[in-house]
Design a protein. Structure first.
Length: 674
């Protein structure tokens, strides 16, 4: 009887047209040239004879589109749940169901359902949501779900550009915008798509392939750059107001030609970039079959976009969950029982890539913000440009992550602004400058930033002159002054004394750093200096360090407990493992890396004194060791992080996950906790 009633209710849901939308609306898809797909407004639920309900044979998920790796999960479904099948698409079935009294629509994997009724129709590609290459709630802007609007802001006095890492294209790209508006600015804001990234310094435009779809004078415009000069080689203000719907669709993966349609699906422009006069794009905008997605914003401007969708035709293919990656809890959730947070160096600009955003949301709960180390932020004595930090802090706060400022104070001359690095003040004035800086920055973000890295690398840099600006100008007591000033500015903030090569005494240099840091912490703590945490960076196997030495777990545990006996906690703050000089095949190197990651996570747990494990980045695609941009080491086959360049989890990820799922015998030492 109960099953019958559920079936009746599901049938009622099916017949209600108001319930026909999935959580991610499917915009009209413009098929590639030559496609047999008709250009019609898609219907989420086709007009077919209602089918009997089907029962789930095992636990599963309801997805917003036909894909388990590319679409968001709408709900978790338990075995025995009744669903009303509507149509099929690839490996998925479109269904209606009820979860906790709420009627939901979406897609489930065929294999978790009992036998499907005969004659179930198949959906056309144009009738399902796009496979998203961009997620509005992940974007660098501020997204409001109720209005489906994202606001991109630039409070700085210069152009603000961001872009994702490389996203491979399996189908031609499409972009849809419901409407756009902008505040006045000295320029035109735009959504930008690139086939090759911009240069971070020098001639930023050289060699790039880029198309902007943006706002100018109340209309949409397109601008195209081919890498031969800074200016657009094609600029067109389009004959369509920006308060209306627009869509741009490429005809090939390489982006050699495209069409632009208005809200009535009328073509307003088509262009072949390989034959357009004055354009040097013989292989299209995406000659390597990858796209970089981002925004460009003029100074002191905002760009408000509704209904922004960037995607490709969905494949409908079920992605086999490697070792349960898509079905088991993420690292952050698993680490809770061990009282450990999982962090990573986080960049807002990369969130235009949904893979980056989803991985961050799934596996990490601490955003480590290196914007605090940017020399561009500190303009002069008590003069700042906080726009980049504001954007990062606001984004991390909206997503509920704990925030670590990395670093509030760092004496590395390479990251100091020129006005300070080249200055000549007396010692007392440097003290005043440093203390005022700490008061200003900590005071601005007090309550929003929970953790502060203070006097980063002060010990390791003290062995060489000229490598720690603050030590050279003030002396070693700058460390205590910085911690005391930070505590006064934020009594609730957690203060970290961070360094590298301090995880285990494997050679004379490491032993010297550990011993000097231990003595310094002991003396400072005895004098009442508020050090809460000793941070161990764990940049392992770097060419300038003891690259051949593998940290032994027992030695790491002993070092962690040695510091903890002084009344501090331990954080692993910046872990990565440079494999460039490790012997063996990739399989062998990744297996070695997995063992290293597992050892460090196990050491953290077994020590009983370690409360955070953070990597310096998410994917090998963006790691400072392996990326190709200026400022990166660009080491080949370094593969330093837990996710490969396509954001697929590597053996190191599963080694960490296994460690978090293991029960350990921990003998904690008694230390004060904050």
């Amino acid at each position: 009887m109960a099953k019958y009633l559920r079936s009746v209710l599901l049938l009622m849901i099916f017949l209600l047209p108001a319930c026909a939308q999935t959580s991610i609306p499917a915009p009209t898809i413009i098929p590639p040239t030559g496609s047999t797909i008709s250009i019609t407004t898609p219907t989420t639920i086709p007009s077919v004879t209602p089918q009997p309900s089907v029962t789930l044979q095992q636990d599963g998920s309801l997805y917003a589109g036909p894909g388990n790796a590319d679409f968001e999960q709408v709900a978790s479904l338990k075995a025995g749940t009744d669903v009303l099948p509507i149509a099929t698409f690839g490996d998925f079935v479109q269904v209606a169901t009820i979860v906790d009294g709420q009627e939901l629509h979406g897609y489930v994997w065929k294999n978790i359902l009992a036998a499907l009724p005969a004659g179930l129709p198949a959906l056309a590609s144009a009738s399902v949501p796009w496979q998203p290459l961009y997620l509005p709630d992940c974007s660098p802007g501020n997204y409001t779900a109720a209005t489906d609007a994202v606001v991109f802001s630039n409070d700085s006095s210069a152009y603000l550009d961001n872009e994702s890492s490389a996203i491979p294209l399996a189908e031609p790209l499409s972009i849809a915008i419901g409407s756009a508006a902008a505040t006045p600015g000295d320029g035109a804001p735009a959504i930008k798509i690139l086939g090759s990234p911009e240069q971070p310094s020098g001639d930023w435009w050289k060699g790039i392939t880029r198309l902007d779809l943006g706002y100018m004078n109340g209309n949409y415009y397109i601008g195209i750059r081919d890498g031969t000069k800074a200016d657009y080689v094609v600029y067109r203000e389009l004959p369509i107001k920006a308060d209306q719907t627009i869509q741009l669709a490429f005809d090939q993966i390489e982006g050699k030609s495209f069409r632009i349609l208005d809200g009535n699906r009328q073509k307003i422009l088509s262009m072949d970039l390989t034959t357009t006069q004055g354009v040097n794009l013989p292989n299209g905008l995406f000659p390597k079959g990858v796209v970089y997605i981002g925004t460009t914003l003029p100074a002191h401007s905002t760009f408000n976009v509704t209904g922004l969708r960037i995607g490709v035709l969905a494949s409908g293919q079920w992605m086999q969950a490697q070792n349960g990656y898509y079905t088991q809890p993420g690292l952050a959730e698993l680490a809770v029982s061990h009282h450990v947070t999982i962090g990573t160096e986080f960049s807002v600009g990369y969130t235009s890539d949904p893979r980056y955003c989803r991985t961050m949301q799934r596996d990490f709960n601490v955003a480590v913000l290196s914007e605090f180390s940017s020399p561009a932020m500190w303009l002069g004595i008590s003069q700042y440009d906080f726009s980049a930090i504001d954007q990062a802090v606001d984004y991390a706060s909206r997503h509920g992550w704990r925030i670590r400022a990395s670093h509030l104070l760092w004496g590395n001359p390479d990251i100091l602004p020129d006005w300070l690095k080249n200055s000549h003040y007396p010692r007392e004035q440097y003290i005043q400058i440093m203390e005022q800086y700490i008061k200003d920055v900590v005071g601005r973000y007090r309550g929003r930033v929970q953790e502060w890295s203070i006097a980063n690398e002060a010990i390791s840099r003290s062995f060489s002159s000229g490598t720690d600006f603050w030590n050279d100008k003030i002396g070693p007591d700058y460390i205590s002054l910085a911690f005391i000033t930070a505590r006064q500015a934020d009594p609730e903030g957690l203060l970290i004394f961070n360094d590298y090569n301090n995880q285990a005494p494997q050679d004379a240099l490491q032993a010297s750093i550990i011993n000097k840091m231990y003595t310094t912490v002991r003396q400072l703590k005895a004098g009442g200096v508020p050090i809460d945490v000793v941070g161990m960076q764990m940049h392992l196997f770097m060419p300038w360090l003891s690259s051949s030495l593998l940290p032994q777990k027992a030695a790491v545990v002993a070092t962690m407990q040695k510091f903890a006996a002084l009344g501090v906690r331990i954080y692993v703050t910046e872990m990565d493992a440079d494999l460039a000089r490790q012997p063996g095949s990739q399989v062998e190197k990744w297996a070695f890396e997995a063992g290293v990651y597992r050892d460090i996570m196990e050491a953290c747990i077994e020590s009983g004194v370690c409360n955070s494990f953070a990597t310096w980045g998410i994917s090998d695609a963006t790691s400072w060791i392996s990326c190709a941009s200026n400022g990166c080491l660009n080491e080949k086959n370094a593969d330093p992080l837990m996710f490969d360049p396509s954001y697929a989890p590597k053996p190191a990820y599963f080694a960490v996950r296994d460690a978090l799922q293991t029960d350990f015998t921990v003998t904690p030492i008694t230390t004060p906790t904050k």
